[in-house]
Design a protein around this ligand. Structure first.
Ligand SMILES: [Fe+2]
Ligand SMILES: [Fe+2]
Length: 472
């Protein structure tokens, strides 16, 4: 078991006290992080007391502490999940060998790129969501937003720790650059395009946490299998926090769907009640789900094959032994590929090259599950409309389907059909304007904006009407 040092300037279980060089580097970075938080983090809420969860260790069941805290005083710490000291590599070409505690020279660049790309998304999402607090549907939701934000901040710390510990001067430069790129910045944007769109309303926020954070879960899960042990253990612990973000999204969209369903069941027009019609919700789901699929990278990818062969990124739950062949050598993956003539053709590609597609399959199955959950509420209310997940080929900008047009059912269509129909499938400016018009700020404990149902339960056994944010 690692020792947790909560008294240190930077709480940690990585023995910072005994590593003066690293401690100095991180303590030098800390004020820059705080500066970043205050300038581009949640706007105007830094002086209020928020009922937040803080990671205080990695033990099963008891890793978090809840209390009121002003966000700039949040104790962003560095925690790695505990693991066996003699862990063995469990997939890829070097299976059976010792896991690495230092970065092997030949994989240095690839590992650095993986860590920087993951790390960059963490502060990016905080920047994207910075104005949302001003139109929160309830105190409960306001707290959720800030919980997600502070934990994304901690995830940045987790990645910066790896960079500063294992990548020397390059790592320190990368750590600085994490605070210099900004979401939507013309000159110095965030690395992945999807992290440069502003998230301006709560339907966007909940779709973001349902779909984009869920992509994050799958990326982290594949890194949690890594042969580079510090990366595996860092990401394992991040997943513990991430679960709440996904839940926030899944429940958030679900509560909006439910509220609309309730109004429809009462024979009311959602638009007259300041609620969000199901067809608009559907278009938001289409937009965010397809955008998140693009984050998985190409379905047929030699890069993915190398990351797997080298033991850098595994499959989802690889260490649970759910795959027959941990080397993934003698198998193919069947991919539907568009041909020039407007048709789809089945192609067999070596399984290793399909690792992004394999991860995407696990992700899509998970998304199907959450949509089914939302639909169960509609069914219970006696509403016949359903939310549907669009096909994976629809509205893609990355991978084999990019550059082709498909409808949400996954049928290839021509340009004219797309032009004619895309406003039925993706949010229009009118949709966005309407959703924005529903964003009323509600801060009375236990009260909710009319477009969203209250949650089933409060946080940490507190009631739903608990004062989750105290304003000063
Ligand atoms: Fe995160
Ligand atoms: Fe997250």
């Amino acid at each position: 078991m690692s020792t947790v040092d909560l008294e240190a300037k930077i709480p940690n279980n990585v023995g910072l006290r005994d590593n003066k060089r690293l401690m100095m580097a991180l303590e030098k970075w800390q004020p820059k992080f705080l500066d970043w938080w205050k300038t581009v983090g949640p706007s105007d809420f830094n002086q209020h007391d928020i009922y937040l969860r803080t990671a205080v260790g990695v033990g099963q069941g008891g890793w978090a502490h809840f209390d009121y805290v002003k966000m700039p005083d949040y104790r962003w710490g560095i925690f790695l999940a505990d693991g066996p000291a003699d862990r063995k590599i469990h997939f890829g070409d070097q299976i059976g060998e010792q896991a690495w505690h230092d970065v092997p020279g030949e994989f240095r660049n690839r590992l650095r790129r993986l860590i920087v790309t993951q790390g960059d998304t963490e502060p990016a999402s905080v920047e994207q969501q910075r104005l949302l607090g001003h139109c929160c549907p309830s105190l409960y939701d306001l707290r959720s937003l800030f919980q997600v934000n502070v934990e994304e901040g901690r995830h940045l710390w987790a990645m910066v720790y790896l960079l500063q510990t294992h990548f020397g001067a390059d790592g320190r430069d990368e750590a600085e650059a994490m605070l210099e790129r900004h979401s939507g910045d013309q000159d110095n944007p965030r690395i992945l395009q999807a992290f440069n769109y502003p998230v301006t309303n709560w339907l966007d926020f909940f779709c973001f946490t349902a779909f984009m954070d869920r992509d994050g879960k799958y990326q982290l899960a594949s890194l949690a299998e890594s042969s580079f042990d510090p990366l595996a253990r860092t990401t394992q612990f991040m997943l513990a926090e991430e679960a709440y973000h996904l839940q926030t999204g899944e429940n958030g969209v679900g509560r909006i769907v439910k509220r609309t369903g309730e109004l429809m069941a009462q024979g009311k027009d959602p638009r007259k009640e300041g609620a969000i019609p199901l067809d608009i919700i559907q278009r938001y789901v289409n937009f965010w789900f397809t955008g998140s699929m693009d984050l998985f990278g190409g379905e047929d990818s030699t890069n993915a094959a190398e990351s797997f062969a080298n033991g850098l990124k595994g499959r989802y739950r690889e260490s649970d032994g759910i795959y027959k062949d941990p080397k993934a050598l003698n198998a193919n993956y069947t991919l539907e590929v568009p041909t020039g003539e407007g048709k789809l053709e089945k192609q067999d590609i070596p399984l290793r090259r399909a690792m992004n597609a394999v991860l995407l399959d696990a992700y899509i199955a998970d998304c199907k599950r959450i949509v089914e959950r939302w639909n169960r509420d509609l069914e219970k209310l006696g509403v016949s409309t359903r939310i549907a997940l669009p096909d994976r080929k629809f509205h893609r900008y990355q991978g084999v389907y990019a550059g082709f047009k498909f409808n949400p059912a996954g049928e290839m269509i021509d340009e004219a059909t797309w032009t004619h129909n895309h406003t039925k499938w993706l949010p229009t400016q009118a949709d966005r304007d309407y959703v924005n018009s529903c964003m009323v700020k509600v801060t009375t404990p236990g009260k909710f904006a009319n477009y969203i149902a209250p949650p089933q339960q409060g946080v940490n056994d507190k009631p739903v009407e608990f004062e989750y944010v105290k304003f000063h």
